[in-house]
Design a protein around this ligand. Structure first.
Ligand code: COA
Ligand code: AMP
Length: 633
């Protein structure tokens, strides 16, 4: 039996013994009373119950005081501004302790929530770690979300403070944050007491007296705060993710299990050793940013790269290779969409040859299905293993991967390889029976989930049950459909809900529909995901107008596009809509979004037996062709 098989077997057959051993890599303040608390089984489980720890201590102080003080913890590289900065572990400890002190001075204490709305700057990482240091629960909101999304999160987690910056920077555009924050606070009044603002020179911030505090001044005045012991089961953070409705789900992450799983994953999955340079080209607002820009590399004593730029246009499609060469990156993680963008600009990969990539060992891709063309291009041009791996916000770390630090397996294009230790992944039918290999079904994980995965949703145990556990009792429903082959390799094919994946970002079509339906001229609407050569999918809206509407269709379409941008944010990339006479529905009134998507993708689409009127699909097809679908790209 290979090392990989033995570890996998043990993790499922003796999970307590396996994870207790792994947990010895973490510094605990007080040991656990039970490795896995099953007292609320069969649905709720808690790892390392009774233990006390501090995530910031393990990610920062432990290294700063344990021989890595002068090692770079963070390399900030911002091709957008031309700025670069290295922060050592000792400097990081100093900054985090001061930021924690500044928050304490604002009255933030253990258990309080803090929203972090920041671009990709060092202060964002400092803010997250400072929360962890004092046991406050952070909730980072991605800068591409607008006021309304921010307000929804404020109302749900009720933060005492917001930590922000005066702006984010997109190519050719300054995203001023004050207007967005003021908008959110107007929609969610009387909750947030303080706003701590890091002023960037690119945009001003008008400090509101009594509420706003200048980052530099507050940190300079603060007494450094020490790490506070928290329960291993206490929440470290809440990260909101798209569900099927406009109300995002607050995924909760604990402290103990999260540290154990993430630290283990760095060597076992990514094959990285402490001291090496690891780069996840994502954003701190997404789970990839939480886990693999901030927590995992720092817990492992690595140097993490914080990149404020895009794969193309900042300044060109060679940016990634420049960063890898400049900083000696050994392991790089990004989304396939970034590679598609690079391939489009530099199809022959000519810019790669300009840089010394001799230290670069492995490329990891995740966030969306990795198409085989992109995989083959990356393999051929970079000449390093290209590893597709599959996971989601809820799990916090990879569910399926090729474990480069254990026993690397042959790559099969289209598959993120096999389930990782701790995850009993099964493809099952509605009767909870495992399907024969090769047959498509719901991809589920047998409970209990391993450490690091969500124990519940924020203040919403029932929603946690309804969203993930009730459909397949005894299993966690991932929301993805696919199959497993004879060798246990997984193939992730599609979502089984109305979540779409745009440029590696998970978005809810339901949330967009809620906005469209608020337009005074719209009687009914549907939003689907349509295949896109660059971004994987793009949202497309269908509007049925109220009778007697006098405004032009073009005007109404412009309105709804602006509404989605304004209310969800530019990240929704909602730029296409069309007016139709009616929507295809089942006899019971359910809109046939799947059939519409398949028409948009140019797939053979048979009208389902339950359809009310099959002729409507022809009308939809006609409307789609007017807006360029199926797309030729
Ligand atoms: N703040 C404000 N606006 C933001 C933003 C942020 N943090 N991030 C993105 N946006 C805006 C963009 O400016 C763009 O606005 P526009 O409509 O005015 O052009 C819109 O949101 C869509 O952004 P994006 O998805 O980044 O598309 P793009 O066309 O600018 O770039 C790619 C395309 C492929 C280069 C880009 O999507 C990319 O780098 N993807 C990698 C994704 C990734 O790392 N995902 C994480 C999972 S691992
Ligand atoms: P998020 O929670 O935003 O990380 O999105 C998670 C979802 O993205 C998964 O449930 C999948 O639908 C999709 N996804 C992530 N990684 C992969 C992958 N490697 N292959 C296919 N789909 C993926």
């Amino acid at each position: 039996m290979s090392q990989l098989d033995e570890i996998y077997r043990r993790s499922l057959e003796e999970p307590e013994a396996f994870w207790a051993e792994v947990a010895s890599d973490i510094d605990w303040i007080k040991p656990w009373s039970s490795v896995l608390d099953r007292s609320r089984a069969p649905n709720f489980y808690r790892w390392f119950a009774g233990a006390q720890c501090n995530t910031c201590y393990n990610a920062v102080d432990r290294h700063a005081d344990g021989g890595r003080g002068n090692q770079a913890a963070i390399i900030y590289d911002s091709p957008i501004t031309g700025r670069k900065k290295t922060v050592t572990y000792s400097e990081l400890k100093e900054q985090v302790a001061r930021c924690a002190g500044a928050m304490t001075a604002l009255g933030v204490t253990k258990g309080d929530r803090v929203i972090i709305y920041m671009p990709m700057i060092v202060e964002a990482v400092v803010a997250m770690l400072a929360c962890a240091r004092i046991g406050a629960v952070h909730s980072v909101v991605f800068g591409g979300f607008a006021s309304n999304e921010l307000a929804t999160r404020i109302k749900d987690c009720r933060p005492k403070a917001i930590l922000t910056a005066s702006c984010g920077l997109e190519p050719g555009r300054i995203v001023a944050y004050q207007k967005l924050i003021e908008g959110a606070l107007a929609l969610a009044p009387d909750i947030v007491e303080s706003v701590l603002v890091f002023k960037r020179e690119e945009a001003p911030w008008d400090l509101k007296s009594g509420r706003d505090h200048d980052w530099d001044e507050a940190l300079a005045a603060a007494a450094p705060a020490d790490c506070v012991p928290v329960e291993a089961t206490d929440p470290l953070y809440i990260l909101y993710t798209s569900g099927t409705t406009g109300q995002p789900k607050g995924v909760v992450r604990d402290n103990g299990g999260h540290m154990v799983a993430l630290k283990w994953s760095m060597k076992a999955i990514y094959g990285v050793d402490p001291g090496e340079v690891f780069w996840a080209g994502s954003d701190v607002g997404w789970v990839v940013g939480h886990s693999y820009i901030v927590y995992a590399p720092l817990l492992h004593g690595c140097t993490t790269v914080l990149f404020e730029g895009k794969p193309v246009g900042t300044p060109d499609a060679g940016t990634f290779w420049r960063v890898i060469a400049d900083h000696g990156v050994t392991t790089f993680f990004t989304a396939p969409t970034a590679f598609r963008a690079i391939k489009k600009e530099d199809p022959k990969g000519e810019l790669i040859g300009k840089y010394d990539l001799s230290k670069f060992r492995t490329l990891f891709l995740a966030g969306e299905r990795c198409d085989t063309d992109t995989l083959a291009w990356a393999q051929e041009k970079l000449k390093v293993p290209v590893i597709d791996h599959w996971w989601q916000t809820e799990t916090g770390w990879p569910v399926a991967a090729n474990c480069m630090g254990l026993t690397p397996l042959p790559v099969k294009p289209g598959s993120p390889t096999r389930a990782v230790a701790g995850y009993n992944v099964q493809v099952i039918d509605d009767a909870l029976k495992e399907l024969p290999r090769g047959e498509m079904g719901a991809i589920c994980i047998k409970l209990p989930l391993p450490p690091g995965c969500l124990p519940t949703l924020w203040n919403a145990d029932q929603r946690y049950l309804d969203s993930y556990l009730v459909d397949y009792p005894g299993f966690y429903k991932t929301g993805d459909a696919g199959y497993m082959d004879e060798d246990g390799y997984l193939y992730i094919m599609s979502r089984i809900d109305d979540v779409i994946n745009v440029a590696g970002h998970r978005l809810s079509t339901g949330a967009m529909e809620e906005i469209l339906s608020c337009h005074p001229d719209v009687a009914e609407c549907a939003v689907i995901g349509a295949a896109d050569a660059l971004k994987g999918q793009l949202p497309v809206g269908f509007l049925v107008l109220k009778s007697g509407v006098t405004r032009s269709e073009d005007e109404i379409i412009k309105d709804v596009i602006a509404m989605v941008r304004d209310q969800i944010g530019p990240v929704a990339a909602f730029k296409t809509a069309t007016v139709v006479k009616r929507l295809p529905k089942t006899r019971s009134g359910k809109i046939l979004r799947r059939s519409m998507s398949s028409l948009a993708d140019g797939l053979e689409t048979k009208a389902p037996a339950t359809i009310d009127d099959p002729a409507i699909l022809d009308e939809i097809s006609e409307s789609l062709s007017k807006i360029g679908y199926p797309s030729k790209g």
